[in-house]
Design a binder for this molecule. Structure first.
Ligand code: GLP
Length: 241
């Protein structure tokens, strides 16, 4: 695992955007796995700026989702589908046809999970998966004690994660209890994993993930098992390393 310490979130965003641009130059139809939350926004901003400046051509890129809430109505502004379309797909000038994600509105959620896991493989696998990290060490929505071999499936959010994500909703009660997430085993199949963590609030989770034992209690520690994992942290998030 490679750990890169950058001065701040903007520098982390620029570094990762350049890595994605390099991938897209080498493989124009690369499948880019994206994460939601506040942390990756500087990456998307820096990457869109490169596309606008014609420094990179993203027109053939494909985008896929990491996770999704279950039960939010289609088109809800905080469904991860809406977030990824708004923050990534549209700014890159792509259309919905270049985008794939799990169906959080499906009646048969289990079937939707299996279909998404299969669709990722059939698409040739994820070339670069961008990840954030939860304050409890989760990646995607794989909460502590998730199996390190897990596939895409339904999960129940912990109280901590629902509280952390309440800021995106009008009231804490609106945060769904259930989600679909790529499993840790699914995530580990991406060719390159890039985790970005910024701010002091992530320092404990980063220290456990990078320097602690590989353990289901800290899902992000599974990155230690991956042959090509890069952890980009600002100085605050690196403060307990
Ligand atoms: C959610 C997402 C994760 C993300 C995490 C941290 O739980 N499912 O993919 O990494 O939030 O979000 P933030 O970057 O806003 O701290």
């Amino acid at each position: 695992m490679e750990v890169v310490i950058v001065p701040d979130a903007a520098a982390g965003g620029e570094l990762i955007a350049e890595a994605i641009a390099t991938l897209m130059r080498r493989k124009p139809d690369a499948l880019l796995g994206v994460a939601t939350g506040s942390t990756p926004l500087p990456v998307y901003e820096a990457l869109s700026a490169k596309v606008r400046a014609c420094v990179v051509d993203a027109s053939r890129a494909r985008i896929c989702q990491l996770d999704e809430y279950v039960g939010l109505p289609a088109g809800h502004p905080e469904s991860y589908r809406s977030v990824v379309l708004r923050e990534v797909v549209e700014p890159l000038g792509l259309d919905e046809g270049s985008f794939m994600g799990p169906d959080g509105t499906a009646e048969d959620v289990q079937a939707a999970c299996e279909a998404y896991d299969k669709a990722l493989s059939e698409a040739g696998g994820v070339d670069l998966q961008l990840l954030g990290i939860g304050t409890d060490g989760h990646i995607g929505f794989n909460e502590p004690c998730s199996s390190l071999a897990s596939r895409t499936r339904i999960k129940t959010l912990t109280r901590q994660t629902r509280e952390d994500n309440a800021r995106f909703f009008d009231s804490p009660e609106e945060v769904p209890h259930h989600v679909i997430t790529q499993g840790i085993g699914t995530i580990l199949e991406a060719r390159h994993l890039v985790l970005l963590a910024t701010g002091e609030g992530k320092a404990d989770a980063v220290a456990h993930a990078v320097e602690g034992p590989v353990a289901a209690l800290v899902p992000a520690s599974a990155l230690q098992l991956h042959p090509h994992a890069t952890v980009v942290v600002d100085e605050a998030a690196a403060s307990k390393l």
